[in-house]
Write a protein that binds this ligand. Structure first.
Ligand code: GLU
Length: 289
């Protein structure tokens, strides 16, 4: 019988364009964290948001990661092939009476937030108490998003949040939690831009799998571009593809990234495998939050 892994990590890129240096830094740190734990490292393509998915981007990402010196265990999982699982997750929440349809437009939510007692970014709960007649009347004009009712803590920071979008696509928050649970993920290492999703994800996981041990989340610093802005995939100038075309090596890129993180005193070329032999988990964790 196979022994259950004590550590299961993952990297979960969205195939919406070429990886930039910030994305590969996160991939490198997630990979190092898993490998330094002697753990399993999975790769998941988050291609659920079909309007944003770029054809061929998944293959380019896999090629970039392999070129960078990272490896992963088992087959790459594609979210677009797992919608049944997300539906099951949604059903489970609905059976607990925790979901409701929301007919609000972005504009409705903004104007509620600008009312005297509104708070920006917090869903004001407009559709929370609609009765079935009111819902049916609204459904004539608009297909609803589905929201999950939150606890008191989250009510202060984000309010009831969307788990299925009005266009019928499952929302990132739900899909990511369903997958992390289904894949037995123990530790998530991802970019600091996702840190504010963590509480929502812990909450969903506590509803979907109350017996499971909570996932540990670690957040990697963001890499800024020359003007101090967070890198974006649409700005191809920092893509790994363009670094490759310009003749950079994975070793020089990794050396630069580790130096900027304060993990190497000088900019020395180093391969991902060598980092494993030269760095400790404590050093790595010192740059994660
Ligand atoms: N797919 C997300 C992204 O590329 C990452 C999701 C996660 O790590 O939780 O930004």
């Amino acid at each position: 019988m196979q022994k259950a892994a004590n550590y299961v990590g993952r990297y979960a890129p969205s195939p919406t364009g070429d990886l930039h240096l910030g994305n590969v830094q996160t991939a490198l740190l997630a990979w190092l964290h898993a490998r330094l734990h002697g753990g399993v490292f999975l790769l998941r393509m988050e291609d659920l948001d079909t309007p944003r998915t770029v054809a061929g981007s998944d293959a380019a990402i896999l090629d970039d990661l392999a070129w960078f010196g990272l490896d992963w265990d088992g087959e790459v999982v594609y979210q677009s092939q797992r919608t049944d699982l997300y539906q099951q997750g949604l059903d489970l929440l609905t059976q607990q009476g925790l979901t409701y349809p929301c007919y609000c437009s972005r504009k409705d939510i903004q104007s509620a937030a600008s009312a005297p007692h509104g708070k920006t970014g917090v869903y004001p709960g407009t559709c929370r108490h609609l009765n079935s007649e009111q819902q049916a009347a609204k459904a004539q004009h608009k297909s609803p998003a589905i929201r999950v009712r939150v606890n008191a803590e989250l009510a202060k920071t984000c309010g009831d949040f969307v788990i299925r979008r009005a266009d019928g696509l499952f929302a990132y928050q739900l899909a990511v939690v369903v997958d992390d649970l289904a894949q037995g993920i123990t530790d998530v290492v991802r970019g600091a831009d996702l840190a504010d999703s963590t509480d929502r994800q812990l909450y969903l996981a506590s509803l979907l799998a109350p017996q499971s041990k909570p996932i540990k989340y670690h957040h990697a610093p963001l890499v800024m571009d020359a003007s101090g802005q967070r890198m974006a995939k649409r700005d191809g100038s920092y893509s790994l593809q363009s670094a490759r075309v310009n003749g950079q090596t994975p070793e020089s890129l990794i050396g630069d990234l580790l130096h900027a993180l304060g993990l190497m005193p000088t900019k020395q070329p180093i391969s991902a495998r060598e980092v494993l032999t030269k760095h400790t988990l404590d050093q790595l964790e010192s740059v994660l939050n």
